[in-house]
Write a protein that binds this ligand. Structure first.
Ligand SMILES: Cc1cc2nc3c(=O)[nH]c(=O)nc-3n(C[C@H](O)[C@H](O)[C@H](O)COP(=O)(O)OP(=O)(O)OC[C@H]3O[C@@H](n4cnc5c(N)ncnc54)[C@H](O)[C@@H]3O)c2cc1C
Length: 424
């Protein structure tokens, strides 16, 4: 019997640096690349927010179609199905006589629950679900400590990992692929099918995100160009806007690292290199913390207590905040930019979060759930991890004191222009 591997794409929508894909090609006669649109990811949360709002939904759809195009260019295709992976994958395994299924391991509870269901269903068919690791800069197996011993303090984590671990080279993108014979490769739902409306472009936005690996790689090249230019103009750009492609896995963090590292010999690029690297380390850190502590990050009281929550006015205050109607200009500007574009800078995210938690005394989980709906770059570990941290209920209790709303506002909007631009 020929060996046929089903490659289940999730948040790893790329050909470059994709070990799962490379191994599937090497170990099979043909592969079946599959993406499953799972409506559970587009439903409502218990906080009355959506799991995925229209801006990210659009980005996801573009990313999936981008992957299909990329696969077509190397002689393949992507089977697109809609439903529950735990129902569909076993069906496909039987229909196409699949001998093994590959996927990338996730860390947050809903995602790991789904892969457990898939694994159990496949087990009944005596088919193995092979897990790959491909979302982080540093691989779990290369860490100088087991997950349970990863330092809780970010600075210690960074110090140890940089001293004792390695960043592996990227896997080359395949240039040819042999896929299973499929009569109907399926079509992808539209935004309207998902009951979402397209977002109108806001003229104030200085950037447009388009999903897909090709766009992600092109944007990475723009970042590198900006680094080169900054070397002479000294105009540092400390917001790379790489996060949305990283979140969808259309860009691998290792690819980003090795590309920006090529700039090392260019004078004055170190600051930007260090800034992006620091961000990638924070990203790894939260993923590893999720692996270490699991669901604790989704709990309102996490590893400690937020402090005062004004239960009586909570819903009203939350609504004001999300609708950019707090009356506090900078915060309203941040929320307008978020609502209109799906992207705000790190400092803007912290500012909005601090105001919601400390000034409006709303539980941080409502804010995290709202960001989950709105952010174009949402990923569970980065979002819930950062929120827990800002709320002071994260695993590193010492980080509680580092946030300062006034200081943030001075950095975010020193001359008041931001608040004027994004006045709703
Ligand atoms: C309340 C709150 C919620 C957040 N939610 C998310 C989220 O859902 N998804 C997300 O990717 N980031 C999240 N962040 C982290 C950070 O704000 C964004 O990653 C960053 O603003 C993206 O912009 P950039 O690509 O220009 O980042 P850069 O500053 O250029 O950094 C490079 C990359 O490093 C990663 N990164 C940078 N800072 C962080 C950080 N603090 N935590 C984790 N990763 C980081 C991102 O992938 C980013 O693209 C959140 C931060 C806060 C305070």
């Amino acid at each position: 019997m020929s060996k046929k591997i089903l490659v289940w794409f999730r948040n790893d929508l790329r050909l470059h640096d994709n070990e799962m894909l490379v191994e599937a090609i090497a170990k099979s006669d043909s592969i079946l690349p599959v993406y499953i649109l799972d409506r559970r990811s587009f439903g409502e949360t218990k906080y009355g927010t959506l799991k995925t709002g229209n801006i990210r939904a659009q980005f996801i759809l573009e990313s999936v179609l981008g992957l299909r195009n990329a696969l077509k260019q190397i002689g393949g295709n992507l089977l697109i199905a809609e439903g529950k992976p735990e129902d569909i994958i076993p069906q496909l395994v039987q229909e196409y006589e699949i001998t093994e299924v590959y996927h990338h391991r996730e860390v947050a509870r809903e995602e790991t629950h789904i892969s457990t269901l898939v694994e159990n269903a496949l087990w009944k068919l005596r088919i193995n679900l092979k897990h790959f690791i491909g979302h982080t800069l540093y691989n779990k197996e290369d860490l100088p400590f087991p997950i349970k011993d990863i330092p809780d303090a970010f600075n210690q984590f960074k110090k140890k990992i940089e001293r004792d671990s390695i960043i592996k080279p990227c896997f080359a993108a395949p240039d040819r692929i042999n896929v299973a014979e499929v009569i109907d490769w399926g079509t992808l739902s539209s935004l309207e099918d998902l009951n979402l409306l397209p977002q109108q472009k806001d003229q104030r936005a200085d950037f447009e995100f388009t999903g897909g690996e090709a766009e992600g790689l092109a944007h990475l090249q723009k970042v590198i160009l900006a680094m080169q230019q900054a070397a002479t103009t000294k105009n540092l750009i400390l917001v790379s806007k790489l996060s949305a492609w990283l979140a969808m896995g259309s860009l691998s963090p290792r690819k980003v690292y090795w590309e920006i590292k090529k700039m090392e010999s260019v004078p004055n690029t170190k600051a930007m290199f260090n800034h992006i690297l620091l961000g990638l380390l924070w990203r790894d850190y939260f993923r590893f913390m999720f692996k270490k502590y699991g669901n604790t990050f989704f709990s309102p009281d996490g590893f400690g207590s937020q402090g005062l929550v004004d239960v009586t006015n909570e819903q009203e205050n939350f609504n004001k905040w999300r609708n950019a109607q707090t009356g506090f200009a900078v915060v309203d500007a941040v929320m307008t930019e978020l609502n209109q574009t799906g992207f705000i800078s790190n400092i803007a995210r912290q500012t909005a979060a601090l105001y919601l938690i400390n000034n409006l005394e709303v539980s941080w989980v409502l804010g995290a759930a709202y960001f989950e709906e709105k952010l174009i770059d949402y990923n569970p570990a980065s979002n819930w991890g950062n929120w827990a941290n800002v709320a002071g209920v994260g695993n590193d209790q010492k980080s509680k004191s580092v946030f300062d709303l006034d200081k943030n506002i001075k950095n975010l909007d020193p001359k008041g222009n931001y608040a004027i631009t994004w006045a709703s």
